[in-house]
Design a protein around this ligand. Structure first.
Ligand code: FAD
Length: 393
């Protein structure tokens, strides 16, 4: 039949005109309605212009911040490896933005770290070298970095998600009133020069990309071994900017009495290992981990574990791989009797090669495995040990 327009309900939005498949509808306005539309248009236009002015100011503010910084964490003049890994990532970000990459080095007698930083890709090293900075303390380091930020205005600051980095990044972000994304697993630049910070959310079930598009600097922390180590280029140089920050020891309330290092201590750091042989609930008991240790010894690696194995008391927590354990990125990760729960995968899926041994062909660990062996680990592991020994002769 003939289409009818319900006059009392029609608000003149003209949506019907767009959706009519036959193109049979047209919208006519009375002169009064046209006048009303014109007035609305003018008001709307003014509001838009105001917004544009605000956006313009924001863009101008953002544009005043330029350059990528990596905070070089150091103990006793020795840099944390994660800082060099971040220089690799920082170099890529700086290249996409067309800006400089600076290493920020705070400490005492740390000048030698500048050359190391240049070798790992920094264009510039900004240093604060004074006895008051000899040992890391939250307040002096936070104040010093905030001072450097207000002076140099970097657009991005990266720090390691270590004890020191987490402490410092949070304090600095709070004071300079900007955003901070912790434990990023991916960093990139979007088409508006904003940093895209990707990290697992909701227990690793989704990956969230977080932006800080209205504040500067944009700050991220990244755990060790998440980003690849850049190649060291011998003889590469850069500019050293030696800064001063007026801070007297008497004004710092926290004193470092003694530094106890666990270097060479009881347990191995699996996060730094190149080969890891990990065991899960499939190992059945603590004693069977000796078999994994044997394989690890043959390969020159260390033994790791799933949380189930740690909860069962078969391995110490320091060996746990996963969301509530360590994030590892070895050259070879051997998973024995580990099902591959998402919380385990987030801690090891970036390993170069994953070899999974599991008797269940449906085990999710096979989804991230480079090589999958379906079978009984109590037969397979000993035969691998025998094979490796025979290859060694
Ligand atoms: P299971 O899931 O029980 O798997 C055992 C596997 O062994 C099975 O696939 C089985 O087929 C195989 N198997 C058994 N016998 C043999 C055999 N003879 N030969 C070959 N294969 C065999 N887990 C972590 O690992 N790390 C974490 O950091 C972590 N954090 C967590 C945080 C939260 C908030 C939560 C909720 C959980 C977390 N978990 C973590 C636990 C995780 O969800 C799993 O429960 C755990 O990883 C399972 O460990 P598993 O693979 O050793 O054991």
């Amino acid at each position: 039949g003939e289409p009818t327009v319900l006059g009392e309900k029609c608000i003149g939005c003209a949506k019907c005109v767009k959706v009519c498949a036959a193109g049979a509808l047209e919208m006519f306005y009375t002169p009064e309605e046209l006048e009303l539309l014109k007035q609305w248009d003018q008001q709307h236009h003014t509001v838009e212009e105001e917004v544009d002015e605000g956006e313009k100011q924001l863009r101008e503010m953002l544009a005043r911040y330029r350059g990528v910084w990596v905070f070089i964490e150091q103990y006793d003049g020795e840099a944390a490896k994660v800082s060099w890994e971040l220089l690799g990532t920082g170099a890529e970000l700086a290249k996409s933005l067309g800006v400089e990459l600076s290493a920020v080095i705070i400490g005492h007698k740390v000048e030698h770290l500048c050359d190391e930083a240049f070798g790992y890709g920094a264009h510039k090293a900004i240093t604060l070298d004074a006895p008051v900075f000899a040992n890391y303390r939250t307040k002096p380091y936070t104040d010093a970095i905030c001072h450097l930020i207000s002076k140099h205005r970097p657009e991005i600051i990266l720090m390691g998600a270590t004890g020191q980095g987490r402490d410092l990044a949070g304090a600095v972000a709070t004071i300079v009133k900007t955003g901070l994304t912790a434990d990023c697993t991916g960093l990139g630049i979007d088409d508006k020069r904003n940093l895209m910070q990707t990290r697992p959310a909701f227990g690793g079930n989704i990956m969230a990309t977080i932006m800080c598009d209205r504040f500067r600097p944009q700050m991220s922390t990244v755990r060790p071994h998440v980003m690849p180590m850049p190649e060291f280029q011998v003889g590469r140089t850069g500019e050293v900017v030696r800064e001063q920050y007026d801070l007297r020891e008497e004004d710092v309330l926290v004193k470092v009495i003694e530094v106890l290092s666990d270097k060479g201590g009881k347990d191995i750091d699996i996060a730094g290992a190149e080969i890891i042989v990990s065991g899960g609930r499939g190992l059945m008991n603590k004693e069977n981990f000796a078999m994994l240790q044997e394989l690890a010894d043959e390969l020159g690696g260390v033994v790791g574990a799933s949380r189930s194995a740690v909860d069962a008391g078969w391995m110490p927590h320091s060996r746990q791989v996963g969301q509530t354990g360590k994030t590892v990125r070895p050259k070879i990760y051997v998973a024995c009797g580990i099902s591959g729960a998402i919380q385990h995968l987030v801690g090891m899926q970036d390993s170069d090669v994953v070899i999974a041994i599991n008797r269940d062909p449906e085990a999710p660990i096979f989804q991230v495995a480079t090589y999958g062996i379906v079978g009984d680990l109590f037969q397979i592991v000993p035969s691998i040990i025998r094979k490796v020994r025979s290859l060694k002769g």
